[in-house]
Write a protein that binds this ligand. Sequence first.
Ligand code: 5GP
Length: 206
Amino acid sequence: MPKGQLFVISAPSGAGKTSLVTAALARVPELQVSVSHTTRAPRPGEQDGREYHFVSHATFEELIRDEALFEYAEVFGHLYGTAKETVLSQLRSGNNVILEIDWQGAAQVRALWPDVVSVFILPPTREALRERLISRKQDDEQTIESRMAEADETLAKAPDFDFWVINDDFEVALLELQTILQGDRTPSGGMTEKDTVFLQKLLGQS
Ligand code: 5GP
């Protein structure tokens, strides 16, 4: 029987998920982040085996055929997936494991692993999301617009998660995430009305 706790963390692109997870890792013991496989090309500064295992389309399809993936999805035109054996052996050896994956992968994991604790990172405002996408200088204007449209699709899935962290003040958000990852937060009973109103505002519905 697995002993570690599995976490899934999702967010729209630009919400600051990776920075929060990296900072949380430095504070929470016995916690690992799973390194995914992807068919996208490495960005400047990214290293094979550190940010991702960068693989060809053919290799990824082989992983699918061999049922070697815990979950996988197509995101922004590329394939991303979590290696099954790696995650299961990390859990078996008592480590808590974070999957930093998109909402489609999160849904697959929830169906496979009911014990998973899922966390959704929210930007404070739509403008903050857009500004973060612009300031990280990874995307041209057209890509930023399509990322904003994708963000709406992702944000609409937020109610399916167990916990929500608003990344407005980084330190406050980090403390909240840390509390969740340490298992110190009482199980959530779904979104409160305040959370729902906040999400609707982000989605521009009110
Ligand atoms: P990026 O290419 O910007 O690193 O990631 C793009 C999106 O792919 C992010 O939403 C990220 O969470 C998601 N992603 C990364 N790895 C995986 C994975 O293994 N499975 C799934 N389903 N999504 C992933």
